[in-house]
Ligand binder design. Structure first.
Ligand code: TYM
Length: 336
């Protein structure tokens, strides 16, 4: 709790182009939560280093992600938006929690298995201990809820296990966080292969709609989306392509799936796909315009970074000090 408000924490990796999966599954749900909760949103640049980055490009991508958070509608005066790497407590707590995490637990992580299979030439220890750093991110802020897409649920479970193990030994030190997964948009699938999650690292660029795609590209990708040989727009497990498009359409417009289905009674797939594209464009266009405007406001963005880094560090260090004390690490003597 901070000032009687429960704490929310989440973030995104600063790698690749964000997709509408990231937006609909996460970012969109973050907007307006700050009224009820104390919100922290990290640009997870340390996590991005588990895959080799090109420094100049990486620097830009991380800053662009922070700008995008603001362009999407997160008010930086009411939400703490900051870079993970600017708050050294993340790396420190990650080490400490690593001593409370078992190899067997980390071995079971599906994201590790997937990434290790994809980057066979660089299966580094960071990739393996990735969930420990994520646990540190969350636990540093005494987080109550973590709004994420379904794919992050396993990481949340291990975070809870680590925290419960720590508390079991040292008392009530860390708040046990709960996942906060919205039903709508929790798992947006690839437009080319609806059995696969839409992902920013997908090699087939037609499978993903990126947040910076222009309207023509969005229309083209929607038109090419894989559907089925029927012609009825209906949500069903047997129709994964159409169901995914319905999910995208309804989440963009804030409608229920039933309402969305009603919009397409007697409508063919061609017109349906155009309507999906228009729904996506209606969300992305204003965000892109705001993003382009903010890119010119360098001083403003710098001031936001400075202010929010400090706020995040204040809360993070409070928890870190407590954890270190419980562990019996020697405290620094105070200067006379
Ligand atoms: P990342 O960067 O892969 O994804 C960011 C958020 O987007 C959600 N997401 C999706 N939701 C629906 N459909 C999709 N196709 C889709 N693809 C991605 C993810 O669930 C996530 O919420 N490990 C995290 C970053 C992280 C983090 C944290 C998150 C690091 N520390 C602490 C929360 C709390 C990750 O890689 O997310």
């Amino acid at each position: 709790m901070i000032d009687d408000k429960k704490v929310l924490y989440s973030g995104m990796q600063a790698t690749g182009n964000l997709t509408i999966g990231n937006y609909l599954g996460a970012l969109k749900n973050w907007l307006s939560l700050n009224e009820e909760y104390e919100c922290f949103w990290g640009v997870m640049d340390l996590h991005s280093l588990t895959v080799r980055q090109q420094p100049a490009d990486f620097r830009k991508k991380a800053r662009n992600l922070l700008v995008l958070y603001i362009a999407a509608g997160l008010d930086p005066k009411k939400n703490c938006i900051y870079f993970q790497s600017h708050v050294s407590a993340h790396a420190e707590l990650s080490w400490l929690l690593g001593c409370f995490t078992y190899m067997g637990e980390l071995n079971r992580m599906t994201q590790f298995k997937e990434k290790a299979a994809k980057h066979t030439d660089n299966i580094n220890a960071g990739l393996f201990t990735y969930p420990v750093l994520m646990a540190a991110d969350i636990l540093l802020y005494q987080t109550d809820f973590v709004p994420v897409g379904k794919d992050q649920k396993q990481h949340l479970e291990i975070t809870r296990d680590i925290a419960e193990r720590f508390n079991g030994i040292y008392g009530d030190v860390l708040t046990i966080p709960e996942p906060y997964i919205m039903k709508a948009g929790a798992k947006i699938m690839s437009l080319q292969d609806p059995a696969k999650k839409m992902s920013k690292s997908d090699e087939n660029i037609n499978g993903s709609i990126y947040l910076m795609d222009d309207p023509d590209t969005i229309v083209r990708k929607c038109k090419r989306a894989v559907t089925d040989s029927e012609s009825e727009v209906r949500y069903s497990e047997e129709k994964p392509g159409v169901s995914n498009l319905l999910e995208i359409y309804s989440t963009c417009l804030g409608k229920s799936i039933e309402e969305a289905e009603k919009d397409f009674v007697g409508v063919g797939y061609g017109d349906f796909k155009m309507a999906v594209a228009e729904a996506v464009i209606s969300i992305l266009k204003p965000m892109q315009e705001e993003y382009n405007r903010l890119q010119k406001e360098k001083d403003y963005i710098d001031s936001i970074i400075l202010e929010n880094d400090e706020k995040a560090a204040y809360f993070a260090n409070k928890t870190l000090r407590k954890v270190k004390k419980k562990l019996g690490l020697t405290e620094k003597p105070r200067k006379a």
